[in-house]
Write a protein that binds this ligand. Structure first.
Ligand code: GYE
Length: 322
C-alpha cells in the first residue's frame, strides 16, 4: 500500500477518533444477560468466575443475575433481560422443567437463548439455540464403573450397601447422574442403593443428610455416592463425627473434581472424583458472538472430562484450575 499524505492523515484522524469517547459508537459491545443458578458449590463459584472473566476478555457487556437456587428468580431475571432488549440471553437452568412460557417470550422478542451447564425439558427445541455443558448421564456411568472395578478388586463378601446424596431435585445433573450410575451398577446384583435423598448440592445439606443416613443404617453403609464434591465433603465431616473413617470404612465417590475434592483425596478421605468442568465461559462467549452474527452453531456442545482416583490426586493437584 502506498502511503500518501492523505492516507496518513486519515489514519491519524481515525486513531484519535478511536481513542475518544465516541469510540463506543464505532464497535457496539455485545450485551449478554446471564442468569446463574446460585453460589451453592465450589463448582458454581468457579463457573461464575469463568463466565465473568471470559466476558471481560471478550469485551462483552455482561448483565449477571444470581437466582439463589430459585426458578422464580431465574424467570424474573430472564424477563428483565427481555425488557432491557439484550442481544443474547444465557442461563443455567436450576431445574429441567417449567421453562416453556418464558422461553417463548424471549423467542417472540427475537432474543436468542443459550443454555449453559444444565439442560431444559421443553416440547419445542427451537426455544433455545444451543446447549453447552457436560454429559451428566456419562458422569454417573463413570462413577458406577469405578465402583464396579473397586468391588472387583476388593471383592467383599455379601452385599455392598450404597447410600446416595442426590443433587437439587428436578435438576438435570441430579436426574442424569442417578440414571447413569444405576444403569451401570445394575450389572452386579451385590450392589444395592439402600438410601437416596437430596442434599441440594451443598456441604451443609450433604452433612445433615449423611448424619440421618448414619443414624438409620450405621455400620451397614459401605459406599457413599454423592452427586457433587461439596455434598461429599459435608458427608465426610458427618462420618468423622460418627467415629468412622471416610474413604476407608465408607468408600466415597463424588463428581466435579474441585480443589476441595483433591485435598480430601490427598488426605485419604475421598476415593474418587469424576470430573465435570465449570470452565464454560470462553466457549460461551465465542458461541454467543457466532449466534448474534447469525452463524450456524451446533445444537449440543459437550464438555470433555476425565476421572481422578485418589492414587493420582497429589500428582494432578497442581494442574487443577478450579
Ligand atoms: O456438579 C454442582 C453444582 O450443574 C454441573 O451444579 C452443575 C452442578 C455441579 O452445584 O456442584
Amino acid at each position: 500500500m502506498k502511503l500518501t499524505r492523505r492516507s496518513i492523515l486519515a489514519a491519524a484522524v481515525f486513531a484519535s477518533f478511536a481513542a475518544s469517547p465516541f469510540a463506543a459508537f464505532a464497535a457496539k459491545p455485545l450485551v449478554m444477560g446471564f442468569s446463574q443458578v446460585g453460589a451453592e458449590s465450589e463448582w458454581r463459584t468457579a463457573n461464575t468466575v469463568s463466565v465473568k472473566d471470559a466476558a471481560k476478555k471478550a469485551g462483552v457487556n455482561l448483565k449477571f443475575a444470581d437466582a439463589q437456587q430459585k426458578q422464580e428468580n431465574q424467570v424474573k431475571a430472564i424477563r428483565s433481560f427481555i425488557a432491557q432488549k439484550v442481544d443474547v440471553i444465557a442461563f443455567s437452568p436450576v431445574v429441567e422443567s417449567g421453562w416453556d412460557t418464558v422461553l417463548r417470550e424471549a423467542q417472540a422478542a427475537k432474543i436468542p437463548v443459550i443454555l449453559t451447564d444444565r439442560a431444559v425439558n421443553v416440547t419445542d427445541p427451537s426455544l433455545y439455540v444451543t446447549f453447552i455443558g457436560s454429559d451428566f448421564v456419562e458422569e454417573g456411568r463413570r462413577a458406577g464403573k469405578w465402583l464396579l472395578e473397586h468391588v472387583k478388586k476388593t471383592s467383599p463378601d455379601g452385599t455392598v450397601n450404597i447410600v446416595e446424596l442426590q443433587g437439587t431435585v428436578g435438576s438435570a445433573p441430579a436426574i442424569d447422574r442417578k440414571k447413569g450410575f444405576e444403569e451401570v451398577i445394575a450389572s452386579n446384583a451385590k450392589l444395592k442403593v439402600i438410601r437416596s435423598q437430596t442434599g441440594d448440592f451443598t456441604r451443609a445439606k450433604g452433612k445433615e443428610v449423611m448424619e440421618a443416613f448414619l443414624k438409620a443404617e450405621g455400620k451397614k453403609i459401605n459406599v457413599l455416592y454423592a452427586h457433587n464434591d461439596d455434598m461429599a465433603i459435608g458427608a465426610i465431616q458427618a462420618i468423622e463425627e460418627a467415629g468412622m473413617k471416610p474413604g476407608k470404612d465408607i468408600t466415597i465417590i463424588s463428581i466435579d473434581g474441585v480443589k476441595g475434592a483433591f485435598e480430601a483425596m490427598i488426605a485419604g478421605k475421598l476415593n474418587v472424583t469424576v470430573e465435570c468442568s465449570p470452565l464454560l465461559g470462553p466457549q460461551l462467549m465465542q458461541i454467543a458472538a457466532d449466534v448474534v452474527a447469525g452463524k450456524p452453531v451446533p445444537k449440543r456442545i459437550t464438555t470433555q472430562e476425565g476421572v481422578f482416583p485418589a492414587e493420582v490426586a497429589a500428582k494432578e493437584f497442581p494442574n487443577r484450575k478450579y
